[in-house]
Design a protein around this ligand. Structure first.
Ligand code: PLP
Length: 444
């Protein structure tokens, strides 16, 4: 590949300056004594370009946020127009056009009954909002004892203390255990847990029965069940049958427990429908959105809630209101980016064209599925994942470096490799990704 001419600074300079000044997220900084940070100068479509002109296919959509490529001209134009009009105004006591239009459009697109949009910034702030709102809604109904939450084994809902308390990824939570509220975890419907002869639906039913037993015994102290619908991302792209969501919805209704659907990763077409809940035909009490909502441009989170929940806060008493806020709640630039994203979904019939693209991509990836080191090859919409049977203890880091050397950005989770490409990824880009992965697997 030919490097771009005249980069404005070599990679090494930015790498050194970043190591000295930036405390990078989710990182043991000492690792970067040997593992280089990748300095990115610019992005174009599905590609990231470093300061020396090397190009990397963004196989993980920049932490699952990007949908329509980097530097997308349509989203750029919408943000630039908004920038010249109104960048931000506080949302307490004020409103503006992008936040009103976005709230109306999300309510129309989401499963029925979710007509009230509350905004935050990153995904974890959506989780915090939902947990507080669920508890407070029950308290306003005279049931303050409903202050517990149930989440799924391996679930991930963010890193802030409330979100971490309903997250079950030991690496992220163990250190902070003394700071975390105690909540219950129920078995995952992960289809990989199938026993002899069991279908994914059977696994889902078995997990639903465990949930039923838990709710039957504890529902009086439980405010909500928190679920990542169809794909549990951070634990390693664990996928389950929609039957679990049908049953979870039915059990939450029966036992008077809110259902919080965390679609922070699965939303906006990732699983093949605009929202994953659609594949189970369910409407949760809370729908959490972030990441793809702005196409990967700006931090924005949204919690959609039902009329029933909203009404419980509507009162003469100030303290019965939901007194939660962030300074940038409903930021106008972020809302405008989100509106541009919804325009692209509508104008380009993205869900249908992704369906065709995902089928072509799956066919091209069949060599990976058949590779002798690959276990549990799985797909849901525009997410592919598989587990690698390798003796390499450092597989994740090793694979990351091997992929970079081949012009591909992959970030395996343990021994699970996944692809979550931007929707603008071309067949040619994808072929390169598959071939690079096959070469890596041969050496794994
Ligand atoms: C399902 C889910 N919930 C919540 C979060 C937290 O989002 P954020 O990292 O934006 O705080 C993530 C992030 O990966 C996620 O995948």
């Amino acid at each position: 590949m030919t490097p771009d001419p005249a980069p404005d600074g070599a990679n090494a300079t930015w790498l050194a300056r970043s190591r000295a000044a930036v405390f990078h997220p989710c990182t043991q900084m000492k690792v970067h004594e040997t593992l280089p940070i990748v300095p990115i100068a610019r992005g174009e479509g599905a590609w990231l370009v470093d300061f020396e002109g090397r190009r990397y296919l963004d196989g993980v959509s920049s932490w699952w946020t990007n949908l329509f490529g980097h530097a997308n001209p349509r989203i750029n134009a919408a943000i630039a127009d908004q920038l010249a009009t109104l960048e931000h105004v506080m949302l307490a006591g004020f409103t503006h056009r992008p936040v009103v239009e976005l709230s109306e459009r999300l309510a129309a697109l989401a499963p029925p009954g979710l007509g009230h949009a509350f905004y935050g910034s990153d995904g974890a702030s959506a989780t915090e909002v939902a947990l507080k709102m669920s508890f407070h809604a029950w308290a306003n109904r005279g049931k303050p004892q409903k202050c517990g939450f149930v989440s799924i084994a391996g679930g991930y809902h963010g890193e802030t203390l409330g979100a971490l308390a309903v997250t079950d990824v030991p690496l992220f939570r163990a250190t902070y255990e003394p700071l975390l509220a105690r909540h219950a975890t129920v078995p995952s419907p992960d289809a990989r847990l199938a026993r002899d002869g069991e279908t994914p639906r059977d696994v889902a039913e078995r997990a639903a029965q465990a949930l039923e037993a838990h709710l039957a015994a504890n529902h009086e102290s439980i405010a909500a069940l928190v679920v990542e619908p169809l794909v549990q991302g951070a634990t390693g792209m664990a996928m389950h049958d929609p039957h679990y969501l049908v049953r979870a919805h039915e059990l939450c209704t029966r036992y008077g427990v809110h259902l919080i659907a965390d679609e922070i990763m699965t939303g906006f077409g990732r699983t093949g429908t605009l929202f994953a809940c659609e594949q189970a035909g369910i409407a949760p009490d809370f729908l959490l959105l972030s990441k793809g909502i702005t196409g990967g441009y700006l931090p924005l989170a949204c919690v959609l809630s039902t009329d029933d929940v909203y009404r419980l806060f509507y009162d003469d008493d100030v303290a019965r209101g939901f007194l939660h806020s962030h300074s940038y709640t409903g930021n106008a630039l972020a809302c405008r980016a989100a509106l541009a994203v919804l325009d692209i979904f509508a104008d380009d019939d993205v869900i249908a064209s992704n369906r065709a693209k995902a089928a072509r991509f799956a066919a091209r990836a069949s060599g990976i599925a058949a590779h002798p080191k690959v276990r549990h090859f799985r797909q849901r919409g525009m997410i592919w994942a598989f587990d690698v049977d390798t003796p390499r203890a450092d597989f994740s880091r090793w694979c990351f470096v091997e992929a970079l050397a081949r012009g591909v950005l992959l970030r395996p989770i343990g021994r699970t490799v996944y692809f979550m490409p931007p929707y603008v990824t071309t067949d040619e880009d994808w072929a390169g990704l598959v071939d690079a992965t096959l070469a890596i697997l041969d050496r794994a």
